[in-house]
Write a protein that binds this ligand. Sequence first.
Ligand code: ARG
Length: 576
Amino acid sequence: MFYTLEEQIERKLGKVFDELGLDKKYAVIKNSDRPDLSDFQCNAALALAKIEKKNPRQIAENIAAKLSVDEDFEKISVDGPGFINLSLNNVFLAQNVDDICGDERCGCPCVDEKKTIVLDYGGPNVAKEMHVGHLRSGVIGESMRRIEKFVGNNVISDVHFGDWGTPIGMILAEVIAHDGNLDKMESYDIADITAFYKKANIRCKEDEKSKETARIITAKFQDGDDEYMKAWKHIRKVSVDAVKENYKELGVHFDLWLGESDAHKTCFEIKKIAEDKGLLEFDDGAYIIRLDEENKPKPPVIIEKSDGGFTYQATDLATIKMRVDDLSADEIIYFTDKRQQLHFEQVFEAAEKLGIALNTKLKHIGFGTVNGSDGKPFKTRDGGVMTLVDMIKMSKEKVAESMPKAGDESGFSAEEIEKLVNQVTIGAIKFQDLKNNIASGYIFDLEDFANFEGKTGPYIQYAVARINSIMRKNPDIKMEKIVVSNIEERNLMLKIAQFGNVIFRAEQEKEPSIISDYAYNLAQSFSVFYNASSIKDADSAEIAGSRLKLAKLTKDVLTKALFLLGIETPEVMPKA
Ligand code: ARG
C-alpha cells in the first residue's frame, strides 16, 4: 500500500491527536502558505479551540511538542494564532521521492471503493459536422475518463449520439422532395446528407407545410417503417463514421457508441412508470411531469409531445434507467455546454420522482464557450460556424510554422515532422482548453496557444523532450539513490511528491485544470532545478546519479500528468 507524502504526515499527526484525545478528523495538512518558512501547515488548532474551548495556541503547542520527537521533521513551529508549520527532514523527503521512482503509478494510490462511473460526453448529432462547441465536451470528458480510470474506478464512456427524432424526418423529407423517393439514399455520403439537412432546416423554418411533412415522416420512421428505418441506418452509419474520424484525430475514446435511438423503447417504460406513480399529466395535448417549484419556477418535463414523439428529456430519462439497470452505474456524469443546465436539473428531478436512479448519483458539469478574440463564440473569418475539422487544420498550419522543415539541418524526416505537428497541435488545443476551470469559457488564441514559452501544452511537452535529451546525453552516469544537495532539488522533490494528491483532487472536483496547473508548475520547478544543478559537473558521482534519477522521475510524472489530460508526449522535439 502506497501512502502519499501528505498521507504519511497526516497519519503521524493522527497518532498525536489520538494521544492528546483530539478529534482526528482535523489531522489534515495543506501546502504551506509560506513556502519560504515551511513545507506544510496544519490549521487544526483553530477549529479545535472552539470545540475544546481552549486557547488555539496552547493546543497547537501541545501538538507540536509531541510531534517534534519524530525525526522525520526538521522543524516544527507554532505561528500566529495557532498555525503549526512543518518542515521535513531532507533524508525523509528524499527517501519518499526515491520510493516513488519504483512505482509505476508515480506514487498515486487507488480509491478504496471502486465505483462504476458512466461518463456522457461528446454528444454529436447525425448529419451535422462537429463544430468548435463540441470540442470541450470531448476534451474534458476524455480527460475525466482517464482520471477516473487511473484512480481505479470502473469507467464506461458513452457518446450518446443524437440520432433520433425530427432531424431524421427532416432529412428524409428533403431527400424525398429532391429525388421523389429514397432509392438513392445509400449513395449519399456525409457531405450530401449534411447539405440535405441544412436545406431542410431552411425549408422547415420558412414553410409550415414542409414542417408538417417532416413531422409525419418522423412519426412514421419512429414507428419502425421498414423503408425509413433502412434510410435512417444509412444516415446514422455515415454520420458515426465521420464523427469517429474527428474523435480519432482528437484522441477521444468512447466505450459505447449508443445513441438516443437506443433509448426509444425504454421511453415507453418511462411513460408507464410516470403513469403508475400518478405523475403523468395530460396538458395541452402533451404528456408532462410537473416538478416542484418551491425554490424557483421550473418548467415541467415534457415526456411526449402532442404529435406522439418522445422528447430529448424523455430520452435522457430512459437512458438513465438503462445505465442504472444494464450498466449498474453508481454515478452518471454529463459534460455539456452550461446552457443545458436547466435541462439536466429537470431530468434529474424527474428521475428522482420516478425512482429510476435511487442509488445512483447524477451530476451535470456545464462548461463555458470557446470564444474568439472578440469575446464572442469562435467563428470563421466570414462569421460562419467554425467546424472542428477547420479549427484543427488552422491550428496545425500555425504549429507547422515553428517546426523544422524536412531535409534541413535538424535531421527530422517528413513523417517525423508530420507526427510532431499532430502531437503538438492536439496537445496545444487540449491544454488550452484544460488549463481553464471548466465552468469558465476561454478565448481561443491562435497566436499563443502553441507557444513553447508560458502556460501551454507544448511548453510541457518540450520539458519532457528536454529531459529525454538530457538522459541521452549522459549515458555514462549511473542513477543513484535520490538525495538532497541543494534547495532547487528539494523544491522539485516536494512538487513531485504532490502528484497523488493532485490527481485525487482533480477526480473529486471533476476538474482537470488542477492537473494542468500542477504539470505547468512542475515543469517550471524542473527548469529552475536544472539551471541550478549540473548533472555532468556535480560534486560527486552520487549527486550526479541522484540528479539524473530525479530528472527521469520528473519526466515520468509529467508524462503521466499529460496523459491524464489526454495529451501525448513526443520523444524528441526540435532544439530540446
Ligand atoms: N446531442 C446533444 C446536443 O448536441 C448533447 C447530448 C448530451 N448528453 C445527453 N445525455 N443529453 O446538444
